[in-house]
Ligand binder design. Structure first.
Ligand code: FES
Ligand SMILES: [Fe+2]
Length: 338
């Protein structure tokens, strides 16, 4: 596998990107654990925002998720050592007042921020790319609805590929929205964007039969927009159902496991959208999960020679080219692997 020889280690390849570690709505008073690129983190709210550090206390390795956010930072439950958001220990209660704090009493700390209802962490000092730009989520015109966290035994790259996979719709999603009559995938274009990809297709989705009536074909325009490395915004413009947008952000816990933060935006006047979306999308994603968890190799392949590619796979292929470029430290716009 000569092409993969120059690849950087998986965590190193993606450390300098922002990845979500929690929905904002779930990060309350209690700190939360997260695992990102083989690193265990604790995430907590500070007076002014959010903070992320290594999960285990520098003193005796206690789990800081059991600690408490206080005015000075995060206080460990074992002996009360308290760490600021820069990871430095600021208080050791067992020491007399004014005693120096050992230099090594510190935690690794990471940049953390909040946007789009998510808490994002970057494991490098400075992010290599900005967060995705989703202005429609910030002007107050849309409502959003999250799905429960998707903890799948799947690599983040394979998760993104199944979201981008056009040819599977008629097979895997039979019974939810897939149309078994539509097996051929018409040619479509994939556009390179700065830091991502874009493609659009039209799909004759099949809405389930209601009350014994035959299922109806809902010609749906699907616009896929990828922000590298693991984020997809997928806009649905059906003819029968409501226009909405799905956001799927796969957070890489390790090379073979991801946690996907998945939510939708929709017009707030559609009263029953949230319930309908959660129910139908969970059924759709369960169909995907069964396929994706069974794929081998589990790691997202870097080498194109190990699988066979056809024209319908163009979008996942272009995505894989871009991810392979990141792994190899090449410009994403450079020549892909063949
Ligand atoms: S283990 Fe955290 S304060 Fe001792
Ligand atoms: Fe799918």
């Amino acid at each position: 596998m000569s092409t993969a020889l120059g690849a950087r280690a998986y965590p190193e390849s993606f450390a300098a990107f922002w990845h979500p570690v929690a929905f904002s709505s779930e990060l309350k008073e209690r700190p939360l654990p997260a695992r990102l690129l083989d690193t265990d983190l604790v995430v907590w709210r500070t007076g002014s925002g959010v903070a992320a550090t290594q999960r285990y206390c520098a003193h005796r390795g206690a789990d800081l998720c059991g600690g408490a956010p206080v005015a000075e930072g995060l206080r460990c439950a074992f002996h009360g050592w308290t760490y600021g958001q820069d990871g430095r220990c600021v208080r050791i209660p067992s020491q007399p007042a004014g005693a120096p704090i050992p230099e090594r009493a510190r935690l690794a700390s990471y940049p953390a921020t909040e946007r789009y209802g998510l808490v994002w962490v970057c494991l490098a000092t400075g992010p290599a790319a900005p967060l995705p730009e989703w202005p429609e989520l910030e002007d107050g015109s849309l409502a959003t609805v999250p799905l429960p966290l998707l903890d799948w035994d799947v690599s983040a790259g394979r998760m993104v590929e199944i979201v981008l996979d056009v040819a599977h719709l008629s097979w895997v999603h039979d019974g939810t929205f897939g149309n078994p009559q539509q097996q051929e995938v018409p040619a479509y274009d994939v556009e390179r964007l700065p830091g991502g990809l874009r493609a659009q297709i039209t799909y004759p989705a099949l809405s389930p039969s209601i009350g014994g009536a035959p299922p109806r074909v809902d010609r749906t325009t699907l616009t896929y927009e990828v922000t590298l490395p693991f984020t997809v915004r997928l806009h649905f413009k059906p003819t029968l159902f409501y226009t909405h947008t799905v956001y799927a952000v796969a957070s890489p816990c390790s090379e073979e496991k991801m946690r996907c933060f998945y939510f939708a935006s929709y017009h707030p006047k559609i009263r029953n959208f949230a319930d309908m979306f959660v129910k139908s999308e969970l059924a759709i994603l369960e169909q995907d999960r069964r396929i994706a968890e069974g794929q081998r190799p589990k790691a997202h392949p870097l080498d194109f020679a190990g699988e066979v590619h056809v024209r319908a796979d163009r979008l996942p292929i272009e995505y894989r080219r871009a991810v392979a470029a990141l792994r190899l430290g090449h410009p994403v716009d450079g020549p892909g692997l063949e």
